[in-house]
Design a protein around this ligand. Structure first.
Ligand SMILES: [Zn+2]
Length: 546
């Protein structure tokens, strides 16, 4: 019967439909296993990693996908070995000294976080503080917060996000949407470029797009980076966040008004301001070592064009075991983030393997160390197993809709590539639409694994779940999403709940499947649209796709 339906659909020209329907039960089963306490929050380079990657490999293998990598002996393998440097900060004993001689002790994770991906040995510091506004140097936007002020050996204090977040009318940093200048990674990189000893980011729940609990959980555990010959060239000795009220007290003690300075920071004429008489001093231990982790890579070779590739990705890692929450739970299960995504690509693999073979190859990658700064995908993008200029395009999944059916899929980085037009086309059969990201200010486009690929020119889609719920509209969707971010995002309570409604998530998966089949059978090469920051990079290799 199923076969007859398939044939009928092909005759009707709906050749993109699935031969086997995607199964919510199978997706949920994978989510429950990957997010179970037994998998210990899927921390990178822990025993939970072995369990996790083995489970994913088994899934791809059973589906009929082949190994996409080679081991050191040259034998086919599902694993791409990724070397990372791990930084573990312990026993921080730091204090702020105020102009009147009083001190404010730093309490790790409470009023401040102390981390590094720059220092590889124990740190002793005693440094003055300079407020640098948003800490942005963007010549192409005519913006420079530093104005030639030397911050070498000092600690910069900086605001999160970019000026347009507060003042969209500035129209200098793409309005409400967060640019890369707004990301914490940029703030630290800019500090290191200028020889600053460290950067302290003033936390703000709205501007950061997450609360202090998330900051604490992400910054008081092991930090990772790719293995760099000289890490201090890229990351400073001190990478820190501070609670807004603690920061405000420091500014007041220095005779400064943080509120007024926040306003000044919205202007091109802003100049750095020293916190006169305030220093940060003390010590913390740093243990840095090299660890090995794995991307899982699987491929289903294409029929007629096996050397052209359609890519799906979903990171397998989460935060592992960390600080207990109020209930004493210390396993960060990462059920939504990103057991759902991994379960999603496993189900897509099963569908592709059962359906008539596509012309182009289908590549599935479950990246490692996404939560540590997109490191697995950065590594892959620098060491691709399939040529990037022949990677047609792809979809990255980081969290599937668990809220219920929606009328839309939201695209982060909307307006970037023709992939979104193709997705809109496939969504028509579901009577749904593509809409711009409601939360563009959260800078999500820079926050998942499609970004390292996009930077190298590969057209990638990053679909977020649509907020326009069939039941309750935009209001209900926003409410659900905000509650999730507040109560579960990067917290031990991101656990599988029987109350989840995956109907919408399944629809999204079906759309990604249909899009992938289209990409894998057509001769089409999706492109970045004029004005996209990624277009120039792709255009460089245009000749290879003629
Ligand atoms: Zn994620």
């Amino acid at each position: 019967m199923k076969r007859m339906i398939w044939v009928a659909m092909c005759l009707m020209g709906v050749g993109t439909a699935s031969a086997e329907p995607l199964s919510q039960q199978r997706v949920l089963k994978d989510v429950q296993v990957l997010a179970s306490d037994e998998f210990e929050g899927r921390g990178v380079a822990t025993r939970a990693e072995d369990k996790t990657v083995a489970y994913i490999v088994e899934g791809f293998k059973t589906a009929g996908f082949l190994p996409g990598a080679k081991d050191s002996a040259g034998k086919p393998s599902y694993y791409q070995d990724v070397a990372l440097r791990r930084f573990r900060v312990s026993s921080p004993e730091l204090k702020f000294t105020l102009p009147d001689g009083k001190t404010v002790p730093v309490v790790q994770g409470e009023n401040m976080t102390v981390a590094t991906r720059g220092a590889t040995a124990d740190v002793t510091l005693n440094a003055p503080l300079v407020f640098v506004g948003y800490g942005v140097t963007a010549a192409e936007r005519g913006w420079d917060d530093f104005k030639g002020v030397d911050v070498k050996g000092k600690i910069i204090v900086v605001l999160i996000n970019d000026p347009d977040f507060v003042e969209p009318d500035l129209k200098t940093f793409n309005g409400k949407a967060m640019t890369y200048y707004g990301r914490w990674t940029y703030k630290y990189e800019e500090a290191a470029r200028r020889g600053a000893l460290g950067a302290i980011i003033i936390h703000d729940t709205d501007a950061a797009a997450y609360g202090w609990a998330t900051v604490k959980n992400s910054n008081t555990r092991d930090r990772f980076d790719i293995v760099r010959p000289d890490p201090l060239k890229v990351n400073p000795v001190l990478e820190s966040w501070i609670q807004a009220d603690t920061a405000e007290a420091l500014f007041t003690a220095a005779g400064l008004d943080l509120k007024a300075l926040r306003v000044q920071a919205l202007s091109k004429t802003f100049k750095p301001v020293e916190l006169k008489g305030v220093t940060l001093s003390g010590t913390y231990k740093v243990a840095a070592d090299e660890i090995h982790t794995r991307n899982v890579v699987a491929v289903l070779p294409g029929k007629t064009k096996p050397d052209e590739y359609v890519l799906y990705s979903a990171h397998w890692d989460h935060l592992g075991i960390g600080n207990p929450d109020a209930t004493g739970d210390k396993i960060f299960n990462g059920a939504f983030d990103n057991a759902t995504g991994v379960a999603g690509i496993l189900e897509l693999a099963r569908a592709f393997a059962k359906a008539p073979r596509t012309d182009r190859s289908i590549v599935m990658i479950s990246f490692t160390a996404e939560e540590s700064g997109l490191l697995g995908s950065e590594y892959y993008a620098s060491n691709p197993l399939f040529p990037l200029d022949k990677t047609v395009g792809g979809v990255n999944i980081d969290g599937l809709n668990i809220a219920g059916p929606t009328r839309n899929i939201e695209l982060t980085g909307y307006g970037q590539s023709t992939l979104e037009d193709m997705l809109a086309e496939t969504l028509k059969t579901q009577k749904r639409v593509v809409t711009p990201d409601q939360r563009a200010e959260a800078g999500l486009f820079y926050r998942s694994d499609h970004f390292p690929m996009a930077k190298r020119g590969v057209p990638m889609l990053f679909g977020a779940w649509g907020l326009d719920m069939v039941d309750g509209g935009l209001e209900a969707g926003k409410k659900f999403s905000e509650a999730y971010i507040r109560d579960h995002y990067h917290q031990p309570s991101d656990e599988y709940e029987p109350s989840w409604n995956m109907t919408g998530g399944l629809q999204d998966l079906e759309a990604y499947y249909a899009l992938g089949r289209k990409l894998a059978t057509a001769k089409v090469w999706p492109e970045w649209k004029p004005g996209s920051e990624f277009k120039a990079e792709r255009d460089k290799s245009a000749m290879t796709r003629k």
